[in-house]
Structures are given as structure tokens and as C-alpha cells.
Design a protein. Structure first.
Length: 322
């Protein structure tokens, strides 16, 4: 019998090497996934660095966030106290008070630093609530067809055509005057734009062949939405979040200026309201009016620059179009 006719089960034949399985394979798969994420983040940062406006916006946000976190160290814990104010009422800028004082004798610079905490907190939390609602509604409306999508989109259209500020004022009026009221009022009235964008992206994702394969292999609605659709719409959600934050900060300042914010906390919009009530407009006390308004504009601009840069990185066609 020749060598070619020997059966594969002879002792001299080499057995096939089994594939790696067990905990070692799981660890290697996890390490591979982490390596891919690190490479993805590195590519994103390399592309983001090419946008000068995005870098300026990010640097400004980091500086403002650092100042807000270090507010007790920079100004002292009693900087907001009315009874322990160190200066006179509405003093002009000086070496002791670089931005002057308010009607109670408190340093406007110290109030500006403390106000950054509230404005950034409200902007971030309200934007998170807005984007969360919009993402859930958009994915569900894009995944399920028929009357589910119709009802959700008609509700979205109703919120979309209604003036956002009017709805926020109505909610802030009927609810208790607190920081959480402002966050909820902003979050539940600004989600329709995000829902529309996410629904359009969901429809595009679900038209791809691998979604059909996932359905053919027995993937349910939850599996498809969480494992396939959500990761593909997250870049859009991230870019939308940075843009919504600036809008939320402006809305919070507007509500506080109208007297619908929490009177026990210091915010930039509340400072403008206090300046108006103190007669700073008619008296020409610019040092009381200008700093909070400029701070609101700078933070909104910084978030907008970051959002535009992220949007361009995630969708390079936008950079070509511009």
C-alpha cells in the first residue's frame, strides 16, 4: 500500500490543531476589542487636532471647567454670602475687586466663578436628558414601522413646532423653582431635533445588509437596536450633544433672567436678573452687566466650536463641503 492510500487515522498522520477556546480566547478577544477602541480614539484625536477652532473651543472649556471646580479655593466659601460681603454696593472695578461689586457688596468676579458651576451643570445635565429622550424616540421610531412610528413622529412634530422657550417657561412656572426644575424644563422641550436626526440615521443603518443577516440569524428587536443601530448612531448623538449644551446654557440663562430659576443659587442668568433689578442698566454699571453676558457667549461659542469640529471629524464630507 502506497503512502497516498494510507488512511488519515494512521499513527504517523499529524492531527489537526484545535482552535483556541475557553478563558484564554475570551481574554484575547477582549484585548483585541480594547486595542481597536484605542486605535479609534487615537485616529479621532489626530483628526480633531486638525481643526483649530475645535482646539480653541476645547481649551476654553477645560479652562472654564477648571475654574468652576476650583471656585471654593479661588474665591472662598463665603463669596456668595450677602451678610459677609467685603465691599460696598455697586463699587466700580478696582485692584481689590477687578470686576466691581454687586448691590450687596459682593465681588462680581467671585460670583462669576461660582456661576460657572451652575451654568455648566445645567447645560450638561439638560443636554444629557434632551439627547437621551431624542435618541430613544428616534431609534424606536426608525426601527418600528407602522403606527408606532406615526404616533411618535406626530408627537415629535408637535413639540417641534411649539416654541421651545414658551414651553420651558410654562413648565418652570408650574413646577417648584429649583435647579432640577430648570434642567427638566429644558430637557423635555428640546429633544425633537435630536429625535428627527437619530430617526433618519436609524433608517439609513437598518437598510444595510448586515441588519438583514442579524434578523435572519434570529436577532430580536432589542438586539438589533442596542447592538447594531445604537453604536452606529452614537457619533451623531455625540456631535448633537455638544451643540445642545450651548443651547441649554442659553435657555437656562434666559429662564434665570426672567426670574424662573432658583433664587438661592448663583448663575450667570441670575446675575443678569439681579443687575436689572438693581438698576445697573439705567445707572450704567457695565461691570455688573457685561461679565455674565460675555461668559455666557464665550461658553456657548466654545461648545459650538467643539461640536462643529466633532461633526466634521465624524463626517468628513462636511469639511469638503465647507
Amino acid at each position: 500500500m502506497t503512502t497516498e492510500s494510507m488512511p488519515a487515522s494512521t499513527p504517523g498522520a499529524q492531527a489537526p490543531v484545535p482552535e483556541e477556546s475557553g478563558p484564554g480566547a475570551a481574554k484575547s478577544a477582549g484585548a483585541l476589542a480594547r486595542a481597536r477602541k484605542r486605535r479609534s480614539v487615537a485616529r479621532f484625536w489626530q483628526a480633531y487636532r486638525g481643526h483649530r477652532g475645535g482646539l480653541w473651543g476645547l481649551a476654553g472649556l477645560l479652562l472654564i471647567a477648571l475654574i468652576a471646580v476650583c471656585a471654593p479655593v479661588l474665591t472662598g466659601a463665603d463669596a456668595q454670602s450677602v451678610t459677609e460681603a467685603p465691599g460696598g454696593a455697586l463699587e466700580s472695578p478696582s485692584a481689590e475687586f477687578p470686576l466691581g461689586t454687586d448691590q450687596f457688596g459682593r465681588s462680581v468676579l467671585a460670583l462669576l466663578i461660582w456661576g460657572a458651576r451652575v451654568s455648566l451643570t445645567v447645560g450638561l445635565l439638560a443636554a444629557f436628558l434632551c439627547v437621551a429622550i431624542g435618541t430613544v424616540v428616534g431609534i424606536v421610531a426608525g426601527h418600528f414601522r407602522g403606527w408606532y412610528s406615526t404616533v411618535l413622529m406626530r408627537v415629535t412634530d408637535w413639540f417641534l413646532v411649539m416654541p421651545t422657550l414658551v414651553l420651558a417657561i410654562a413648565l418652570a412656572t408650574v413646577m417648584d423653582r429649583s435647579l432640577w426644575t430648570v434642567i427638566i424644563a429644558i430637557g423635555v422641550t428640546t429633544w425633537p431635533t435630536t429625535a428627527r436626526l437619530v430617526r433618519a440615521q436609524t433608517l439609513a443603518v437598518e437598510s444595510r445588509p448586515y441588519i438583514e443577516r442579524a434578523r435572519a440569524l434570529g436577532g430580536g428587536h432589542g438586539h438589533i437596536m442596542l447592538r447594531h443601530v445604537l453604536p452606529n448612531v452614537m457619533p451623531l448623538v455625540l456631535a448633537q450633544t455638544t451643540l445642545v449644551i450651548s443651547s441649554a446654557i442659553l435657555t437656562e440663562a434666559t429662564l434665570a433672567f426672567l426670574g424662573l430659576g432658583d433664587p438661592t443659587i448663583t448663575s450667570w442668568g441670575g446675575m443678569l436678573q439681579d443687575a436689572r433689578e438693581a438698576g445697573a442698566v439705567s445707572a450704567g454699571d457695565w461691570w455688573y452687566l457685561a461679565p455674565p453676558g460675555i461668559a455666557i457667549a464665550l461658553v456657548a461659542l466654545a461648545f459650538t466650536l467643539c461640536g462643529r469640529a466633532i461633526e466634521t471629524v465624524l463626517n468628513p464630507k462636511l469639511g469638503v463641503a465647507r
